[in-house]
Design a binder for this molecule. Structure first.
Ligand code: ASP
Length: 433
C-alpha cells in the first residue's frame, strides 16, 4: 500500500523510510550536541524538552489505534480465513507452541544478557514506581470486561482480545449456518470490517510517515540532556534481539528437520525470496503472496499446507513480534532497575502472545501493540519513544522471522510424506489472487 502511493507523493516521501530515519538520526545527534551533548545550559532546557512533542504525539496516536487495529484484525481473520477442522486444530497447537517458544527464548536471552543494564537511561518523571505487582487470578478475572466498551476506552489488550475472539468465533459460526439459507449477506459484513481495517491501517501509515520527525526530536532531546550513554543500552538491545531471533530461526530449522520431509537447507534457500522481501518491506502481509509461492514452487509443499501456513499464519502467527515485545518489556524493566519476577514475566508471556496475535502483518504493528503489553504490566509507555529509534531495523528482522515461522508451520502441516511428483506444482496458486 505504501509503495502504491509513491507515484503521487512528494519527493521527500519517495525517500525510503529507513533513509529518512537515518537522516533524522544524523541531524538529531548534531542538534543534540549543539544543545549541550549531556551538559545543557539551563536556558535551553525548555526548548530541549519541547523536542519530544512529536514523539509524544506519535505514541499517543499509536496507543489510540492499537485497540481498533487488534479488534478488526482478529474479527476480519475469523470471518475470512478458510480453516478446515482437524488441520485448524493442529494449526492452533503449532502456532501456540512456536509463539511460546519464541517468547521464552526472548525472555531467556534478555535475562542472561541484561541489555537494559548496559547503560543508564533516565526515567521519565513519575514512571519508576509504576510496575504493578500482579496477581494471576486477578488477571484472569480481569480478562472478562464489565462492559463491551470499557476495554476500548481503557486500551485493555486482554479484554479486547476476549471480545474480538468472541465476536470472531460467533460471526464465523453464524456465517456458516446462515450462508446456506441466504438469510444474511455476509459479503457485505466482510466488506465493512475489511474496509474499516484498511482505514485504520491507512491512518497508521500517516503516523508512520511522522516517525522520522519523532525520532529526530527524541534523539536530539536525549543527546542534549544525557549525552550518548542511553544509546549503549539500545545497542545492547539490538544485539540481544538479534541473538534471540537467530536462536528462534535455529529452533524452526530443527522443527522442520524433525517434523517434516523438508530438508532445512532447502527450506532456507527456497525461502530466501520470502525472507528478503519480509526484511525489505517490514510486512509479512505484503510478503504473503511470495511466501505462498516459494512454499509451493521452490520448497514443493502441498497447496493446502502452504495456504494454511502462509495465509492464516501471516495474520495470526507473529513469533518474531511476540519475542520482541517480551524482550522490550524486560529491557525497560531492567532500565528502570526493577527486575520483573517470574510471575510478572509470565504475565508478559501471556500478553505478548495476545499482542502478537493482534499485531497485523504491517510495518511497525508490533510497536503499536507493545503499548498494550506495557500498560498491562504497568510499565511506562513513555520509553517506547526510545525504542522507536531502533524499531525501523528490528522490525525488518522480526518480520523475516514472522515469515519464517509461517513457513515452518506450513512445512510441519505438510508432514513427513512428500507430495507425489505427479501433482502439478503451483496449479492452484490463482486462489491467492
Ligand atoms: N512488521 C511485522 C510484520 O509485518 C509486525 C511487527 O511490527 O512486528 O510481520
Amino acid at each position: 500500500m505504501i509503495e502504491a502511493e509513491s507515484k503521487t507523493s512528494h519527493w521527500w516521501q519517495r525517500i525510503p523510510l529507513y533513509l529518512q530515519i537515518a537522516i533524522a538520526l544524523i541531524l538529531a545527534v548534531s542538534v543534540g550536541i549543539l544543545l549541550g551533548g549531556g551538559n545543557p545550559a539551563a536556558g535551553n532546557i525548555a526548548l530541549i524538552n519541547n523536542l519530544a512533542v512529536p514523539c509524544d504525539l506519535v505514541l499517543k496516536i499509536l496507543r489510540a489505534l492499537a485497540t481498533p487495529l487488534i479488534l478488526l484484525a482478529v474479527v476480519h481473520t475469523f470471518l475470512t480465513a478458510n480453516i478446515p477442522g482437524t488441520a485448524g486444530r493442529r494449526l492452533f497447537v503449532l502456532l501456540l507452541t512456536n509463539t511460546t517458544v519464541a517468547i521464552l527464548i526472548g525472555l531467556l536471552v534478555a535475562n542472561i544478557l541484561q541489555p537494559g543494564k548496559w547503560g543508564q537511561i533516565r526515567a521519565p518523571e513519575g514512571s519508576a514506581d509504576n510496575i504493578k505487582n500482579l496477581d494471576p487470578w486477578a488477571l484472569l478475572q480481569n480478562m472478562v470486561p464489565s462492559s463491551v466498551v470499557e476495554p476500548l476506552v481503557n486500551n485493555n489488550v486482554l479484554q479486547i482480545i476476549v471480545i474480538a475472539l468472541s465476536f470472531g468465533i460467533v460471526l464465523r459460526a453464524l456465517k456458516k449456518e446462515q450462508v446456506a439459507s441466504n438469510k444474511i449477506n455476509y459479503e457485505a459484513l466482510e466488506w465493512v470490517i475489511g474496509t474499516l481495517f484498511d482505514a485504520v491501517v491507512r491512518i497508521l501509515e500517516w503516523v508512520i510517515a511522522l516517525i522520522p520527525l519523532a525520532v529526530f526530536g527524541i534523539v536530539a532531546k536525549t543527546v542534549a540532556l544525557e549525552g550518548f550513554t542511553p544509546f549503549k543500552s539500545l545497542g545492547a538491545l539490538i544485539i540481544a534481539v538479534l541473538v534471540a531471533l537467530f536462536l528462534q530461526a535455529c529452533y524452526y530449522l530443527i522443527r522442520v528437520k524433525i517434523g517434516s520431509w523438508v530438508n532445512p537447507l532447502q527450506f532456507l534457500t527456497g525461502g530466501f525470496d520470502a525472507f528478503m522481501t519480509a526484511f525489505s518491506t517490514s510486512s509479512s502481509t505484503v510478503t504473503m503472496p511470495i511466501t505462498f509461492r516459494v512454499l509451493q514452487e521452490k520448497i514443493g509443499l502441498r497447496e493446502s499446507s502452504a495456504s494454511l501456513g502462509a495465509l492464516v499464519g501471516s495474520n495470526f502467527n507473529n513469533d518474531g513480534t511476540a519475542l520482541y515485545e517480551a524482550m522490550a518489556a524486560l529491557f525497560i524493566a531492567q532500565v528502570l532497575n526493577r527486575n520483573l519476577d517470574l510471575l510478572q514475566q509470565l504475565i508478559v508471556v501471556l500478553t505478548s502472545v495476545f499482542a502478537s496475535v493482534g499485531a497485523a502483518g504491517i510495518p511497525n504493528a508490533g510497536l503499536v501493540t507493545m503499548t498494550l503489553v506495557f500498560s498491562s504490566v504497568g510499565l511506562p509507555t513513555q520509553y517506547i519513544a526510545l525504542l522507536i529509534t531502533v524499531d525501523w531495523f528490528l522490525d525488518r528482522c522480526r518480520t523475516a522471522i514472522n515469515v519464517m515461522g509461517d513457513m515452518t508451520v506450513s512445512a510441519l502441516l505438510d508432514g513427513k510424506q512428500k507430495k507425489p511428483d505427479v501433482e502439478m506444482i503451483g496449479s492452484e496458486s490463482e486462489q491467492l489472487e
